[in-house]
Write a protein that binds this ligand. Structure first.
Ligand code: AMP
Ligand code: ZN
Length: 489
């Protein structure tokens, strides 16, 4: 199989992906700032992250994935100016910052579930001698880790302490006139046309805050060696990636908007603290834009969210298909019509899955002619995550199955779906009843868990119970598949 290749923003080239440790990938993704619902542009970023993670898994990698949740320190401007986004919402809604964050985290998780985006498990609370390597972690739960990294930056001479905060000395880090690693712009170019907050304490207006002091109106404050205050936005990603994944990451993702400020600053902080390269591959998704071509953003006031699609009676996974239908590095125009067009593809695949016959379902071996499609699928996927081509291959394979009247493609189709994440297996539940009965799903899940524990007595018991309820369970390489027996309809 052709090795996995991806566009590395650090070198502006498509490169073969080679992780530091064979077979293991450490992957850090910049996650949501939880002060408003995530718009569909944000969700495009997470569909990309999920697809990339699935593609790496498809290539046999054990992916250790960390995503942060920003619940402090992200100001209304990406520089240090303005108000803390979470606190602004908290004041407007008469809630505590924690309540605001909890509310939008729950909404984010729900939207991810609707889009079949697999998030890492929530990081365990408190300090842990060996933190898990896959975690969804909150900034406010990791203040100690941030303080520790800031301490290293200051000790290495790249941070300086003032009455208004601890700042990062950008010019010292880059050298006079030096360009950023990703944006390849000098500081003057990077900040051209922007009004920078110039605290008189800063050596240069380009310096950014690591820790903010003496802001009595800020609701969230913690003690630190420099005084009571709160972290700057960028430091959380340096600190949490290091805590969970180590000092050098294999892969780091975010949207294109993160290149000039957030990711440049993350690199500067991490490398000045550790002396090691921060991330070996930086990957960035392009924007979802409105029909008039403007980036969908929260500051625009009105922005589309997943609930708008659901309210319009659209299967949320249609948005996933819309995203897969474009290359992640190309801008993608959003409209309800474009999602409806994408929904036709998912309906087509679901229809096929729903009508699979028992022979196709139980056959271990797919038809020989599927091999060519499997090859094309891998080729597309490993060529810088060419999902439009991968998706087209899947649709063509199903069309061929119809043409040849040969349904023996189910194993191959499921392998593809492990990457596309369209949940086609779920359609089998609907084969006879038209609805997935929650009680049946619960029993199937319980049986899968029993099998994982090798509790075969319990698993047989559950199979018999399901059988008595009119459902047939088959164990495939991909887990259990349940179909309603004909008599149950
Ligand atoms: P935020 O919650 O603003 O920190 O953004 C979360 C993620 O969404 C980041 O990776 C952003 O780069 C990404 N993002 C924001 N707007 C868009 C957009 N219109 N299209 C694609 N990605 C976006
Ligand atoms: Zn980040």
């Amino acid at each position: 199989m052709k090795p996995f290749q991806i566009y590395n923003s650090l070198h502006r080239a498509v490169e073969e992906f080679v992780p530091l440790r064979p077979g293991i990938v450490t992957f850090y993704s910049c996650g949501p700032t939880v002060y408003l619902p995530q718009h569909l542009g944000n969700m495009r970023a997470y569909v990309f992250v999920d697809t990339l993670r699935r593609a790496l898994r498809f290539n046999g990698y054990d992916v250790r994935h960390v995503m942060n949740i920003t619940d402090v320190g992200h100001m209304t401007s990406d520089a240090d100016a303005g108000e803390d986004k979470i606190e602004k919402t908290a004041r407007a809604q008469g809630k505590s910052p924690r309540e605001v964050a909890d509310f939008y985290i729950a909404q984010f998780k729900r939207d991810c579930a609707s889009l079949n985006i697999e998030l890492p498990p929530a990081a365990p609370a408190g300090d842990h001698p060996a933190p898990p390597q896959s975690a969804l972690c909150r900034a406010t739960d990791n203040i100690d880790a941030m303080i520790a990294v800031i301490g290293r930056i200051v000790a290495n001479g790249y941070g300086y302490v003032t009455p208004s905060g601890v700042y990062f000395d950008v010019e010292k880090w880059r050298g006079p006139g030096g360009a950023g690693r990703l944006a390849r712009q000098s500081l003057a170019e990077q900040h051209a046309g922007q009004r920078l907050e110039h605290s008189p304490d800063k050596k240069s207006p380009h310096d950014f805050a690591l820790w903010v002091l003496n802001q009595p109106h800020h609701l969230m404050q913690w003690d630190s060696p420099w005084g009571r205050g709160y972290p700057g936005w960028h430091i959380e990603c340096s600190a949490m990636s290091m805590k969970y994944l180590g000092e050098t990451l294999d892969l780091h993702s975010g949207g294109l908007d993160h290149i000039p400020v957030h990711h440049e600053n993350e690199i500067a902080q991490s490398e000045s603290a550790t002396g090691h390269p921060f991330a070996r591959y930086f990957v960035h998704n392009a924007f979802l834009v409105g029909m008039e071509g403007a980036k969908i953003s929260k500051s625009a006031g009105r922005f589309p969210v997943l609930d708008d699609l659901i309210a319009a009676g659209i299967n949320p996974l249609a948005f996933r298909v819309l995203c897969l239908g474009a290359k992640y590095r190309s801008e993608l125009a959003f409209s309800i019509d474009s999602v409806r067009a994408a929904e036709k593809n998912i309906d087509y695949l679901n229809e096929f899955a729903r009508n699979l016959n028992e022979t196709a379902l139980s056959s271990e071996q797919d038809a020989d002619w599927t091999a060519e499609y499997a090859e094309r699928f891998c080729e597309a996927l490993n060529n810088d995550l060419n999902t439009p081509q991968a998706l087209a291959t899947v649709l063509e394979m199903v069309a061929q199955a119809y043409r040849l009247r040969d349904q023996r493609i189910w194993n191959t189709l499921q392998n593809f779906d492990d990457v596309l994440g369209l949940d086609l297996k779920k359609k089998l539940f609907e084969s006879s009843t038209g609805l997935e009965p929650p009680e049946i799903s619960r029993l199937v899940k319980e049986r899968e868990e029993a099998r994982e524990r090798k509790d075969f007595a319990r698993s047989d018991e559950l199979r018999n119970q399901l059988d008595a309820m009119g459902y047939l369970v088959k164990d495939t390489k991909k887990g259990s598949v349940v179909t309603a027996k004909r008599s149950a309809t």
